[in-house]
Design a protein around this ligand. Structure first.
Ligand code: OKS
Ligand code: ZN
Length: 343
């Protein structure tokens, strides 16, 4: 299986993440990718290529123009305003306020376009987010040209990003862009299966009312886990998208038995629906030692999950999402890919 990877991910490396009331070195850091690359090579998956330049057209189809313009210019405006540090949202529109009037001041705009303040923007964030999307797009191109599957080693990740909000370390929803491009290239029904520990709120939002893209997500229950305000089982889609949003929230301590049962249920529904292409939001933070998550999967369980996904025999694009148990991120990610190939 070919991997698409860009060194430009390094351009996004904030000094700080707001966590537990302290500034800490971000969990989502450049070295995560090095562990995945090393493991790919160690296992002989050394077909690793740089992506082609990003294609803005499908990104513009899916995302809000004001949001894209904000991401492109935020750092410049922030500096022009004399702000000393990295961009961190401090004021977001809350209950009882205007949710749709965009401030002109950059500090206000940051709040408008952000849904979670742990995520900082720096000078290189936009370039890195574009390089991440480019990896996803090239992986899609490889599969559209006839490969069974491809792996986009995306960084920063994407599944929390909506049409007009960043957060949860995500800026551009790479998996959503791939799904849209599968559609544009003629796939009638595209399924996105999100096995990251966190609910893919951005992906859910983007396709909630659509009948051409099914979204299924296995995640920590929103009462207990970020993103807290979305991801309940009764969110099933709306209008013609009704029935095509499948959430599997699970409680703290969930192990592979219950998790795999949810995975099999999702796979069964994707198959019954008749998907003809598949996008996997591949986070490995369901791992037992992940520092910010609470499921109990072992490394071997990721191989098994990959096997189950492979049995669908669909053209598949894997997009890297989360996973922060740094020593194990490479092993767990590559285990999914190897299980998939194995079937
Ligand atoms: C809040 C924790 C923020 C978690 C962001 C989750 C990022 C992730 N202190 N998403 O899949 O891994
Ligand atoms: Zn995650």
């Amino acid at each position: 299986m070919r991997t698409f990877y860009s060194e430009d991910h390094r351009l996004h490396f904030p000094q700080a993440e707001l966590s537990g009331g302290e500034f800490v070195t971000p969990f989502e850091r450049p070295s995560r990718v090095e562990y995945v690359l090393n493991r790919l090579r160690e296992r002989g998956l050394s077909d690793i290529m740089a992506p082609r330049p990003v294609d803005m057209a499908p990104i513009r189809t899916l995302l809000d123009p004001g949001y894209l313009c904000f991401l492109e210019t935020a750092w410049e405006e922030w500096k022009r305003e004399g702000m000393a540090g990295e961009i961190i949202a401090a004021n977001v529109p809350a209950r009882g306020m205007h949710l749709d009037r965009i401030p002109t001041n950059i500090d206000g705009k940051v709040g408008y376009y952000c849904h979670a303040s742990e995520t900082a923007i720096t000078s290189g964030t936009w370039a890195a987010a574009l390089s991440s999307a480019a990896c996803a797009q090239s992986a899609l191109g490889h599969v559209a040209a006839g490969a069974d599957a491809a792996f986009a080693l995306c960084r920063p990740p994407g599944h929390h990003a909506t049409a007009d909000q960043y957060g949860g370390y995500c800026f551009i929803n790479n998996a959503a862009v791939v799904a849209q491009m599968f559609r544009d290239k003629g796939a009638a029904r595209v399924a996105i299966l999100d096995i990251d520990f966190h609910h893919g709120n951005g992906t859910q939002n983007l396709f909630y009312d659509r009948d051409d893209v099914l979204f299924a997500s296995l995640h920590g229950a929103p009462q207990e886990a970020y993103p807290y305000f979305l991801g309940y089982a009764d969110e099933t889609g709306i209008g013609k998208g009704d029935g095509l949003n499948l959430n599997y929230p699970m409680t703290a301590g969930t192990g592979y038995g219950a998790w795999a049962a949810a995975l099999d249920d999702a796979i069964g529904k994707i198959t019954a629906w008749g998907a003809d292409a598949l996008v996997i939001s591949l986070g490995v933070d369901a791992y037992k030692d992940d520092p910010i998550s609470f499921f109990k999967l072992d490394s071997d369980d990721f191989t098994n999950a990959g096997r189950r996904i492979g049995r669908m025999k669909l053209p598949t694009v894997f997009c890297m999402e989360g996973g922060y148990a740094i020593e194990a991120v490479g092993i767990n990610t590559v285990n999914v890919l190897e299980g998939f190939k194995d079937i």
